[in-house]
Write a protein that binds this ligand. Structure first.
Ligand code: NAD
Ligand code: UGA
Length: 472
């Protein structure tokens, strides 16, 4: 039996960092080293101010760092020492060339794989942790085989990550399942068992699923596509609710009580964001097209189309409610991260919304508890549209609190569901008093109680709810 004693993780990002920190925490007998080519990121992992915000992460890193958890830019030496290597690098959507705008860019996976092949002096288990198109392991196999010798053998496993940001640590400590795919050969199965033994340090064996390589790769894309599909489904229904007087929360509750449907992931919103849902669905769409399955491609593409529609629909609703113009009006945007409890802004709905507000010549005041001003400026700069900071500073103001953002505003727009924006956490009367009248509030997250806010004096619009609901 192969016993894993030394793990290398290539990629110190949102997945590599938390995942391998938890492995180190739960497996004191294993040395875990996380490497990255980005020295700033590694320096941050070695500092008191970690590069990502994730509840519970600091405690785990501070407890293990320097004992059995290390962060370094010395990629080659760490690869050489390791008996198991996680490849946890970014796989963004391709920006140019064949498949641009849809296919996954596998350049980082390939360069990490080549590095492993070039510098390894002993046999290793290489694990795909990044989300990749189905059959990527085959390309990795070809690269590694071309560099294998009779003394050095590489086994490839697929072990996709299912954590969600904001709850990464609890997801990792108590996963619904861990998925490990392997080639169904004696060596493949032996490697699979070695990784199973790492996870069973803390995950019950019946939650560790073992499959073939291709099922594991495809299951990751499938899970994200189905989760996003649920959000697009409830968001599509939210448009019907607004037009009819049905209440989307009530519809979601009534549907979710069916045990076959279940209650989770039915919260209507201004649209899903995050680095993965859109990327992974487009990846699945591209895969389907490549396999000459156009109907399948169109089916999944609709999930993304619906998400774009939801964001545009929300913007249109805001403009039409504000008497068809937001020129020179002040819009206070509460939340910039793609969801609560993270500082990550990748594909955040806030970016699309605010860019639209800027195009309409509104003044936008933004407050988010965890996103730094630099990140907001970077996300809103658009080459050829608003590409210099001075220009952008004329239109946006980054605030230190929701109160500051709302001062003198014509409308407050809730974009991220941070707990501190709930009506029992923040003083909406104080906000109302400081705003221009009529004071509008648009809730893109079904976070506040509209009745309570209307009593204060706000004109409230909520996704999936119609003000006239309840009337015949
Ligand atoms: P990320 O961009 O935060 O981190 C990736 C890191 O890899 C970067 O720091 C980059 O510098 C580093 N890197 C790239 N090439 C390298 C190389 N050759 N050698 C060393 N380091 C290299 O990305 P992420 O959010 O951690 O996502 C990583 C993968 O995990 C993606 O495929 C993503 O789809 C998947 N995933 C992400 C999440 C999530 O919540 N973010 C969840 C599940 C799966
Ligand atoms: C998602 C999946 O949940 C993870 O299992 C997966 O590992 C990860 O993608 C990935 O592959 O990157 P994440 O994007 O971090 O995780 O966060 P989610 O909780 O899934 O939220 C995604 C987006 O959907 C957010 O913008 C969130 O606000 C939105 N959402 C979520 C809704 O609008 N409604 C819901 O009911 C749930």
């Amino acid at each position: 039996m192969t016993v894993v004693k030394n793990i290398c993780c290539i990629g110190a990002g949102y997945v590599g960092g938390p995942t391998c920190a938890v492995i180190a925490y739960k497996c004191p007998d294993i040395k875990v080293t996380i490497v990255d080519i980005n020295p700033t990121r590694i320096a941050a992992w070695n500092s008191d101010n970690l590069p990502i915000y994730e509840p519970g992460l600091d405690e785990i890193v501070f407890q293990c760092r320097g004992k059995n958890l290390f962060f370094t830019t010395d990629v080659d030496a760490t690869i050489q020492e390791a008996d198991l290597i996680f490849v946890s690098v970014n796989t963004p959507t391709k920006k140019s060339g064949i498949g641009a705008g849809m296919a996954a860019d596998l350049a980082f996976v390939e360069s990490a794989t080549r590095r492993i092949a070039e510098v390894s002096k002993s046999s290793k288990i290489v694990v795909e942790k990044s989300t990749v198109p189905c059959r990527t392991a085959q390309s990795m196999r070809t690269i590694l085989d071309a560099n294998s010798t009779p003394e050095i053998h590489f086994d490839i496993l697929s072990n996709p990550e299912f954590l969600a940001e904001g709850t990464a640590i609890t997801d990792l400590l108590n996963p619904d399942r861990v998925l490990i795919g392997a080639l169904q050969t004696p060596e493949g199965l032996k490697a699979q068992e070695a990784l199973v033994n790492v996870y069973t340090h803390w995950v019950p064996r019946d939650r560790v699923i073992t499959t073939n390589l291709w099922s594991s790769e495809l299951s990751k894309l499938a899970a994200n596509a189905m989760l996003a599909q649920r959000i697009s489904s409830i968001n599509a229904l939210s448009a019907i609710c607004e037009a009819t007087g049905a209440d989307v929360d009530e519809v979601a509750y009534a549907c979710g009580r069916d045990s076959r449907l279940g209650p989770k992931f039915l919260k209507a919103s201004v649209g899903f964001g995050g680095s993965c849902f859109q990327k992974d669905i487009l990846n699945l769409v591209y895969l389907s097209q490549q396999l000459n399955l156009p109907e399948v491609a169109d089916y999944w593409k609709q999930v993304v189309i619906m998400n774009e529609y939801q964001k545009k629909r929300f913007v249109r609703k805001i403009i039409s409610t504000l008497f068809n113009t937001i020129t020179h009006k002040k819009i206070a945007v509460l939340g910039f991260a793609f969801k609560k409890d993270t500082g990550d802004t990748r594909e955040s709905a806030a970016i699309t919304l605010i860019k639209d507000f800027i195009q309409e010549n509104a003044k936008v005041a933004i407050y988010d508890p965890k996103v730094c001003p630099e990140q907001i400026f970077m996300d809103l700069s658009e080459p050829g549209v608003v590409d210099n900071r001075k220009e952008l500073e004329k239109q946006i103001q980054i605030c230190a609190s929701a109160y500051e953002a709302a001062e003198g505003a014509d409308a407050v727009v809730i974009v991220t569901e941070w707990d501190e924006f709930r009506d029992d956490q923040i003083d909406y009367t104080k906000i109302y008093d400081s705003m221009h009248k009529p004071a509008f509030l648009f809730d893109g997250r079904l976070l506040v109680n509209p009745t309570k806010l209307r009593e204060i004096g706000f004109k409230v619009s909520v996704i999936g709810k119609n003000e006239l609901a309840g009337t015949a």
